[in-house]
Ligand binder design. Structure first.
Ligand code: PLP
Length: 312
């Protein structure tokens, strides 16, 4: 264990697996349990902990440079890790129009954790992986910075999520997970092994995610792993969109199970899993597990994310 091993932060691992009683499932002979990744660590919740663990060990205390949008959970997790473990962090933020404005609560948290925020225009942000653009961006970070890609998904991140699948192996027939970059799904499916399948619910529109997951598995394992599929029906309009019907669904789930539901990812995954159960997609006797990849923030965050999305 090196000094930049996240396990120094005393994560709650394995994360708890909590059965819930929900008649929409029990009526069909299905059981439902929640994999509480949101309880792993208060500052690095959910899949962000799993995805960063091996990357931060590899960075070994070097400055970390990464990328994200104005409401990125990944940026916040990197900033928090930098504060807790004591290494410098730089966040390249999409949108140079944000530079002159007061920071939103998410970016304010990053700054308070010591992250240097560099706002770039959208064209530069899109080109961030081109060698020339990357070199320019690296000039904004201290020398020798370790680069973690947008959303934190690279081979090490995917390998870090294998453990999530292993924790569920033998306890689940179907595991549902919300997908942004697909890195969590790619590792989870590999760790779950044979006999169980992983159901990914993309929260972005576009239908491109299957190819991304295959590429991530290729990078992490040298080829495809596990039995996984995506259901593209539950993005609810796209990233950060929370239409009223989704909010109604999430409020109802919160009332049934006394658990606050994060809207941008977790609510869409639960909506997908519940809809599929009601469509009769799972045979009676199936053990379903829903991965709770994160917890909600104070209300102003969701409101801000919606207005940021609609002004694009
Ligand atoms: C980042 C995030 C995801 C997406 O994870 P990917 O590995 O990018 O697919 C899902 N849920 C929550 C709560 C997140 O913060």
């Amino acid at each position: 264990m090196n000094a930049f091993d996240l396990s120094r932060l005393r994560p709650r691992l394995p994360s708890p697996l909590e059965p819930v009683e929900d008649e929409r499932f029990t009526r069909r002979g299905l059981t439902l349990a929640l994999k509480r990744e949101d309880l792993i660590h208060p500052d690095l919740p959910g899949n962000k902990w799993r995805k960063l663990a091996l990357n931060l060990a590899a960075a070994d205390g070097r400055p970390v440079l990464t990328f994200g949008g104005a409401y990125s959970n990944h940026l916040r997790a990197v900033a928090a890790a930098g504060r807790l473990l004591g290494f410098p962090t730089v966040g390249i933020v999409r949108g140079d129009e944000l530079a002159g404005r007061p920071l939103n609560p998410s970016l304010a948290r990053c700054a308070a954790d010591g992250m240097r925020l560099v706002f770039v225009d959208r064209a530069t942000y899109r080109a961030k992986n081109d060698p020339a653009t990357r070199a320019t961006l690296l000039e904004r970070a201290p020398a020798g910075a370790y680069v973690v890609p947008e959303g934190g998904s690279n081979a090490l991140a995917v390998q870090g999520c294998v453990e999530l699948g292993r924790e569920l192996a033998g306890a689940a027939d179907v595991v549902a997970v919300a997908c942004g970059t697909g890195g969590t799904l790619a590792g989870l499916a590999a760790g779950l092994g044979p006999g169980a399948r992983t159901l990914g619910v993309p929260v972005l529109r576009g239908g491109f995610l299957g190819g991304e997951v295959r590429a991530l598995q290729e990078a992490a394992f040298g080829g495809p792993r596990g039995d996984w599929a995506l259901d593209e029906r539950f993005h609810c309009g796209g990233y950060a969109r929370v239409p009223p019907a989704l909010d109604v669904f999430a409020r109802d789930f919160e009332a049934r199970h006394e658990l606050a539901i994060e809207r941008l990812y977790v609510a869409k995954m639960l909506l997908g899993l519940t809809t599929l159960a009601e469509e009769g997609a799972f045979p009676a006797g199936s053990r379903l597990v829903a991965v709770v990849t994160g917890a909600p923030d104070p209300p102003e965050r969701v409101a801000g994310a919606q207005s940021a999305a609609s002004s694009r």
